[in-house]
Ligand binder design. Structure first.
Ligand SMILES: Nc1ncnc2c1ncn2[C@@H]1O[C@H](COP(=O)(O)OP(=O)(O)O)[C@@H](O)[C@H]1O
Ligand SMILES: [Mg+2]
Length: 234
């Protein structure tokens, strides 16, 4: 079953002739700055249209953008979350479950980057979309919230695309990954193959120290990443 299909997709100046069939539940888009990750995610969410080619995607796709503040429109976090969750009670329940009810009355624009990221992810999920994209999921997050977000993504049942250069995080939640450079896809494979591929080094990406150690010891990097972030190897 496919989740997203990109057929000869180009967007002038941004990505070139991308062909992808994305079928894993969580897929990580990796690449250096300017390689086209954000563009790919916006196309996957239907926020951008390709100049040529076609994108097949789930009917509704939630998006947590690279700049999470751009997704906010209300005076308070609870109002913003109510817009997507449908009711104030549901919005409160979501905040409480995340341990963030103390943010309810705050202006979303005064949140720290990490808090804004979490709220934008919760908002994107709260309207029950059929797919989800999260751009730079761990930017601004401390280790505790990186783990929290990994567990959240792992617990979802909808297909998710994440983009960024946090390779260890990606390895913990994604089954497959894509390496991009200058608007093209260099490699699309399972996470362990991607992590041990020389292409990663070629595009200037580096796994973190734990992943490097895992690779040196011949362990599966994704299993080690799952242990670190999720406390499980499953
Ligand atoms: N609105 C835009 N207009 C023109 N070019 C853009 C625009 N947004 C991004 N680009 C260019 O498209 C390329 C891919 O950008 P982007 O998808 O944001 O990359 P990444 O997320 O990997 O850093 C970059 O060269 C970038 O400068
Ligand atoms: Mg980007």
């Amino acid at each position: 079953m496919f989740r997203w299909v990109f057929r000869n997709v180009s967007l002038v100046g941004r990505i070139r002739d991308v062909n992808l069939t994305i079928s894993s539940r969580v897929t990580a888009v990796l690449g250096p700055n300017g390689s086209g990750k954000t563009t790919l995610l916006k196309l996957a969410a239907g926020l951008l249209k390709p100049s040529s080619g076609e994108v097949l995607r789930p009917e509704s796709v939630g998006a947590s953008l690279q700049n999470p503040y751009l997704g906010f429109s209300s005076h308070t976090v609870i109002e913003d979350l109510t817009l997507s969750a449908g009711s104030r009670d549901e919005a409160l329940r979501i905040l409480r479950e995340a341990g963030l009810e103390h943010l309810a009355g705050r202006s979303p624009f005064t949140l720290s980057m990490g808090e804004a990221r979490i709220i934008s992810v919760l908002a994107a999920i709260s309207w029950n979309p059929e797919g989800l994209v999260i751009d730079e999921p761990t930017s601004g997050l401390d280790q505790r919230y990186r783990r929290w977000l990994a567990r959240l993504i792992d617990s979802l049942r909808i297909p998710v695309l994440i983009a960024g250069h946090d390779i260890d995080f990606a390895a913990s939640v994604a089954q497959e990954a894509i390496i991009m450079k200058r608007g093209t896809v260099l490699l699309h494979s399972n996470v362990d193959k991607i992590l041990s591929s020389e292409v990663l080094d070629r595009v200037g990406l580096e796994p973190g120290p734990i992943m490097k150690k895992a690779l040196k010891l011949g362990l599966s990097p994704s299993r080690v990443a799952r242990c670190v972030f999720l406390g499980s190897e499953g």
